[in-house]
Design a binder for this molecule. Structure first.
Ligand SMILES: Cc1ncc(COP(=O)(O)O)c(C=O)c1O
Length: 451
């Protein structure tokens, strides 16, 4: 391999991509990979969709860039109208960005500016969860609960208060699932009181956890309670649907499962499904109206509302709706979840399978009864991914518990996935798990679950 001048999180090298189609990618050596994680949970409608490519080409032939302070453009207007129609009642003002981190910055700043202009300038603290991931920019890092992405920058950011995510699957108490949900939600109330309610601006959360928790779903009671608490204290609710949005969980927004009424919603990733760097903030019209009355939103990006990106986004959402890919995510997701759960019989070191729709993950543990994680030095989160990669299966992993210990694996194929595709994914995953278990010296005999 020739020297590369690129660097990202590490300098490790990967094969070079030659082309992609549907759920597959091929490298320049001709090897085929199943994209069973949709990249980092992005490629919701699969790769190289001809209708999306045609829509982009059509837009390219008209104009690829027209600055929003100089021109409006059809693609951005149509995409905003369609997006607004998919949002909860009243959350119908749309602000386009180029990705998830930009979107979170926009949510935080819109919330803050709203407080400033509406006579609540004492409110600036944004409570979030630990673990959580909201992005890599400094503002997003301030609300992110993952040590390795925050630690080096701690001095540079104004870190925000965190409460524990509802990791009920780790709890060994006498409470019911719903009681646990209320227990975790009560921590939000306690934190608001501890911080001083007049200083708390917002609560930000991923309705279904992303890469930081591995598709964590809280008890229903948690969602109900946190909404009530936010309302009671006048704290804005920001739902980060960067990963969960655009159908990934089997609903357009994951928060629909709990009839949530957020004030501000962040979307990116599947929103344009990798065809263009694009995200969208949806905000309640009353919030935007007040900010606009007071001189406008003091925030913006050069590429906001880029016509080419918006044409891609519009075609992606069209495809999601026309092909009922959200319905497919719900149906295929239910099957994939039961297939992954079935693996627990064969692999006693799978401690939990969780998620909704096609946002699914399984977590490896040393002991299923105590949920003690595998030894850190085993580096399971790297080794199993590599076993799968060798076999042409792409899955996505992270350390689970704050980013330092625990190993979870996201199995999140594109929403176009078929039952036959799922069978192939499972076969390759079993081969990979067998090879990993063998090399790590872990048992593969059936295990009786006692709790
Ligand atoms: C829930 C969530 N929010 C925000 C982000 C940041 O998005 P981006 O990487 O596009 O900046 C991510 C990325 O993984 C995410 O999963």
């Amino acid at each position: 391999m020739s020297e590369s001048h690129l660097f990202y999180q590490t300098t490790s090298r990967r094969p070079r991509v030659a082309r992609s189609e549907g759920i597959y990618l091929w490298d320049t050596g001709g090897k085929r990979y199943i994209d069973a994680s949709s990249g980092p949970m992005v490629s919701n409608i699969g790769h190289s969709n001809p209708r999306v490519l045609a829509a982009m080409k059509q837009q390219m032939d008209r104009a690829t860039f027209a600055y929003r302070l100089h021109f409006e453009n059809d693609a951005a207007e149509s995409l905003a109208t369609l997006t607004a129609s998919l949002m909860p009642e009243g959350v119908d003002r749309i602000f386009f960005v180029s990705g998830g981190s930009e979107c979170i910055e926009s949510c935080l700043k819109l919330a803050r500016q709203y407080a400033v202009v509406s006579g609540q300038a004492s409110r600036w603290k944004v409570i979030s969860l630990f673990p959580s991931y909201h992005g890599s920019t400094l503002g997003a890092a301030a609300v992110t609960g993952m040590h390795q992405f925050v630690e080096p920058f701690r001095q540079m950011i104004r870190e925000m208060p965190k409460i524990p995510a509802a990791t009920c699957y780790l709890d060994r108490d006498e409470l019911t699932h719903e009681e646990r949900g209320r227990k975790y939600a009560a921590m939000l109330r306690e934190e608001i009181e501890r911080q001083g309610p007049e200083t708390v601006l917002a609560f930000i959360m991923e309705p279904v956890g992303g890469a930081s928790t591995g598709a964590l779903v809280a008890p229903d009671s948690w969602y109900r309670e946190i909404q009530n608490i936010c309302r009671e204290y006048g704290v804005l609710l920001i739902t980060d649907e960067v990963m969960t949005g655009a159908g990934r969980t089997g609903r357009f927004l994951a928060s629909e499962y709990w009839d949530m009424q957020p004030d501000i919603i962040a979307m990116a990733k599947g929103f344009a499904a990798g065809y263009a760097p694009l995200g969208a903030m949806a905000a309640h019209r009353d919030i935007v109206a007040v900010v606009m009355e007071h001189g406008g939103f003091a925030h913006g990006y050069t590429y906001a509302g880029n016509p080419l990106a918006c044409a891609a986004g519009l075609a992606v959402l069209d495809e999601l709706i026309q092909q009922d890919l959200i319905g497919n995510a719900a149906a295929r997701g239910a099957r994939l979840k039961s297939m992954l759960t079935g693996l627990m019989d064969r692999y006693p070191f799978i401690g939990d399978v969780r998620g909704k729709g096609l946002l699914l993950a399984f977590e490896l543990v040393a002991d299923r009864d105590t949920m003690e994680p595998l030894p850190v030095e085993l580096n399971a989160h790297i080794r199993l991914v590599e076993e799968a990669y060798q076999r042409g299966l792409i899955i996505y992993s992270r350390r689970t518990r704050g980013g330092t210990i625990g190993d979870h694996f996201m199995v999140c194929p594109p929403l176009i996935v078929t039952d036959a595709d799922l069978d192939e994914i499972l076969r390759l995953l079993i081969d990979s798990l067998d090879a990993f278990a063998k090399s790590a010296g872990l048992p593969t005999t059936p295990h009786k679950v006692t709790s």
